[in-house]
Design a protein around this ligand. Structure first.
Ligand code: UDP
Ligand code: MG
Length: 315
């Protein structure tokens, strides 16, 4: 009697790495343990080397020599985490795909639970959120919270505070994400935008196992602008509303001034107030132009249709 071929599920793990040589071995060792424990599934580890300057790529190649489940894509320079995520997702072949950071802030032991949730329950992705931001600089937490609150007010796409990119998805959802070919990528928004049913798992924040964070405050601030322009057009409406409001104020002022004149009042007052008004209005105008510029520059980059990343080497 011939036995039917048993098709195992395959989990593709996508790991963006940028200068992670200090922590990569720790990560790989943890993953080995998890893969051993979850022996009912096939695994592939897709390391995306985002133009690291240290020995990250060397280490990945070393793992690959002894482990056939390891694959890598190496970029020609640093293109950013979003580009690395996209490349990894494109390369993945599994029917379950999970995104993970290399610094063990996304604990590998959760994979077990994510997989059984996806398998057993009626959902398309299992995502994670940190319930606290322990160990993070206070200023950073403060601005992060404000950002999420603002984002959820001005965008139709729901973005969860504390949500991480660490999530496991079914193939169908990943295919939907891959269909979004935009240049300015903001994954947290994209995950929400494509829809599908998502289950949330919470855990306490974990500090990076070794090495340093690649995100300076400035980089995060620019990234938050990316999120706003990619998923909301409300700032335009803001500019228009302020414009309308100021027009109404100016009509009222004209009316008052003309009325005073007709009543014979002398109007030689107000150098200070005039300066304030001019400064205020120029400020509003420049601010609105800035908003326009933000969207225009994003559009400019989109229409150029440049590749989002360039792969120098893969294996
Ligand atoms: N990363 C990347 N390209 C970058 C910056 C970061 O691939 O330009 C990767 C990095 O190697 C790590 C993940 O993205 O695996 C998260 O980065 P990090 O831990 O520095 O961010 P944080 O956890 O501090 O927000
Ligand atoms: Mg990290």
């Amino acid at each position: 009697m011939t036995e039917g071929v048993l098709h195992l599920d395959k989990i593709s793990v996508v790991i963006p790495c940028f200068n992670e040589a200090k922590v990569l071995s720790l990560f790989y060792r943890e993953m080995e343990k998890v893969m051993k424990r979850m022996n009912e599934v096939d695994f592939e580890l897709i390391f995306v080397d985002d133009g690291s300057k240290d020995n990250t790529l060397g280490l990945i190649k070393k793992y690959q020599e002894k482990d056939k489940r390891v694959h890598y894509l190496a970029f020609s320079r640093n293109f950013g985490k979003e580009a690395a995520i996209l490349a990894g997702l494109k390369f993945s072949a599994g029917n379950y795909i999970v995104l993970m950071d290399a610094d063990l802030q996304d604990p590998p032991y959760l994979l077990d639970k994510m997989y059984s949730l996806l398998k057993g329950e009626d959902c398309d992705s299992v995502a994670t959120r940190r319930v606290n931001r322990q160990g993070e600089p206070k200023v950073r937490s403060f601005f992060a919270r404000r950002f999420y609150r603002l984002m959820n007010r001005i965008s139709k796409t729901n973005i969860i505070d504390g949500a991480r990119d660490f999530r496991m998805m079914k193939r169908q959802m990943v295919d939907a994400i891959l269909n979004m070919g935009e240049y300015n990528r903001f994954s947290k928004g994209i995950f929400g935008w494509v829809g599908f049913r998502t289950k949330w798992m919470s855990y306490n924040n974990i500090k990076r196992a070794a090495g340093e964070s690649k995100w300076s405050f400035w980089k995060l601030l620019l990234y938050s602008f990316e999120g706003i322009t990619a998923f909301s057009t409300l700032p335009f409406a803001f500019a228009s509303f302020v414009g309308i409001f100021l027009c109404i104020v100016s009509f009222i002022s004209i009316f008052i001034i003309v009325f005073r004149k007709l009543c014979g009042a002398k109007s030689a007052f107000g150098w200070t107030s005039m300066t304030c008004i001019i400064l205020f209005l120029s400020g509003i105008q420049l601010f609105s132009m800035g908003i326009l510029g933000q969207y225009l520059s994003k559009t400019y980059l989109e229409v150029k249709k440049r590749p989002i990343y360039i792969i120098k080497e893969q294996g």
